[in-house]
Design a protein around this ligand. Structure first.
Ligand code: SAM
Length: 243
């Protein structure tokens, strides 16, 4: 079973949206598990203090390394002694990609730390070797929504969660391209018809059209992805026998 442990000061935010639809059904079916861990339960004072003022001054509060480390260390080791990746949701982390999501989904699960306030004490990140992961170049008020998004992306790739295994194969980013346009009935909507080729029944032509549309959209909307895709298409032209 794919196992997620989420450290948060708002455990009531979980499973949240992950309790319904595809992820919720998979959760109920036991295809993955979710363990919210209340960071506050690992504070030592009677106020449940999890944060303190930043060393060196400045605005806001910082999550305490001692409390967070106790919360992290409270997670029992996995049965087969495997180490799940330990992630910290963080605006300054590596941007989350479908490649990283797919790798996480293939593993045993993840331990996710949700920051709040101005973030967490740097020494915790170093001492517990947390991998900082960002949802994008914007600032959320906490890591919980980012963790829900990351889990949603992972869970749908766990074998057996999506109806058709193929559903994940042709999606945006799967081959470095954005997805082609999709249509469904009615045949004509507000004067706009479904492209003829999609109703032609010629599967080879449909596949070719979809691929060229995926290329067009990627070229128009995401020059960064397009450049990387083109670089991968170029034949290796180094000298013969070179590595
Ligand atoms: C108000 S933010 C802290 C922002 C931090 N002071 C900074 O400038 O990077 C509180 C928490 O929200 C989460 N967070 C904010 N933006 C995020 C993003 N783009 N991706 C993932 N997590 C994010 C992190 O866990 C962070 O510790």
């Amino acid at each position: 079973m794919w196992r997620a442990s989420v450290l948060t000061i708002f455990p009531e935010m979980f499973p949240g949206s992950l309790g319904i639809s595809l992820a919720g059904k998979a959760l109920n079916a036991g295809l993955w598990s979710l363990q919210p861990i209340d960071i506050r339960a690992h504070a030592t004072d009677r106020h449940g203090t999890v944060d303190d003022t930043p060393a060196g001054g400045g605005p806001g509060m910082v999550m305490k390394a001692d409390v967070l480390s106790r919360a992290l260390d409270s997670i029992p080791p996995d049965k087969n002694n495997s180490l799940r990746p330990r992630l910290l949701m963080s605006a300054r982390g590596a941007p989350l990609t479908q490649k990283r999501v797919a790798a996480l989904a293939q593993g045993d699960g993840a331990v996710i730390v949700c920051g709040r306030f101005e973030g967490v004490d740097e020494r915790l990140i170093e001492a517990r070797r947390l991998e900082e992961v960002s949802l994008g170049d914007f600032v959320l008020s906490g890591g919980e929504i980012a963790a829900l998004a990351l889990l949603d992306a992972c869970v749908r790739l766990i074998p057996g969660v999506m109806g058709k295994e193929a559903s994940g194969v042709e999606e945006s980013f799967a081959d470095g391209l954005l997805e082609y346009p999709q249509y469904t009935r009615p045949a004509v909507f507000e004067g706009l018809a479904i492209p003829d080729i999609l109703t032609s029944g010629d599967h080879a032509k449909v596949a070719k059209w979809r691929h060229s549309e995926a290329e067009r959209l990627t070229r128009e909307r995401r020059p960064d992805l397009w450049a990387a895709y083109q670089a991968r298409q170029k034949p290796q032209n180094g000298p013969k026998g070179s590595t």
